[in-house]
Ligand binder design. Structure first.
Ligand code: ADP
Ligand code: ZN
Length: 222
């Protein structure tokens, strides 16, 4: 199944996508992760993308769209995929529809995560990621802490805070861009009849892993 994750930063998109991926075997394709990997290897694409990412701005479509297209053509994405972080603008959504139709495919499910604003900022500040490039597991010092502080449960590597999560200005900028550019996608996919909105919030004790298990159960029931 071809799935897209929508939702502001800090709603737990990555966590939900990772869990669905684990349960279904469909790859989680995170554009942010692909960019960060390229930045750490200092590839041409990484150096160019970092100019935008470090300020919290979107990387231009000329770079992002072809990168996603070549990833979707990989053999492991042919049975299904979970796109995490793409599309983020109406133009990207249209570019995606176009590339998928060339491949004889379409988006089948859009999972839209909503989290109260006051929880979002807190979740971004407390997010930690594994420094091992082959692992990249995500933690949260409050909601999902590692067993040993600062150390990845899965691989034992040290955890760190993402550069763009350290900078309150970059956080604000990313949330602003989400409101302005990405939230219109909610209507775009609602009109297609494939939108599923879920609230992720500690206040109602409904977290990413709960949403993910509900979705996987529904996929399996089909
Ligand atoms: P977040 O959702 O917390 O912003 P991501 O890991 O999804 O984190 O993305 C990190 C950064 O990578 C974004 O702030 C943006 O600069 C860039 N990026 C990721 N996906 C896209 C995209 N689809 N289009 C443009 N830029 C992107
Ligand atoms: Zn790890």
């Amino acid at each position: 199944m071809n799935i897209i994750m929508l939702g502001a930063q800090g709603t737990g998109k990555g966590t939900v996508a990772g869990f669905i991926s684990q349960e279904t075997g469909w790859p989680q394709i995170s554009t942010g992760e692909i960019f960060r990997k390229n930045i750490s290897h200092q590839t041409q694409l990484g150096i160019e993308a970092d100019k935008y990412i470090s300020k919290g701005n979107l990387v231009p479509d000329e770079i992002t769209v072809p990168m996603v297209k070549s990833r979707l053509l990989q053999p492991d994405a042919q049975e299904g995929f979970i796109l995490d972080g793409f599309p983020r603008t109406l133009q990207q959504a249209e570019a995606l529809d176009e590339m998928l139709s060339e491949m004889g495919k379409k988006v089948e499910l859009v999972v839209n995560l909503e989290t109260p604003r006051e929880e979002i900022i807190d979740r971004m500040m407390t997010r930690r990621v594994c420094t091992n490039p082959n692992c990249k597991e995500t933690y949260n010092t409050k909601l999902h802490p590692p067993k040993v502080e600062g150390i990845c449960d899965k691989c034992g590597s040290p955890l760190k805070q993402r550069e763009d999560d350290k900078d309150p200005k970059a956080i604000e900028r990313r949330l602003e861009i989400y409101e302005e550019k990405t939230s219109p996608l909610i209507d775009f996919y609602k009109q297609k009849g494939i939108l599923r909105t879920e609230t992720v919030s500690i206040a109602i004790n409904h977290l990413g892993k709960d949403v993910a298990s509900e979705i996987v159960a529904d996929i399996n029931a089909k």
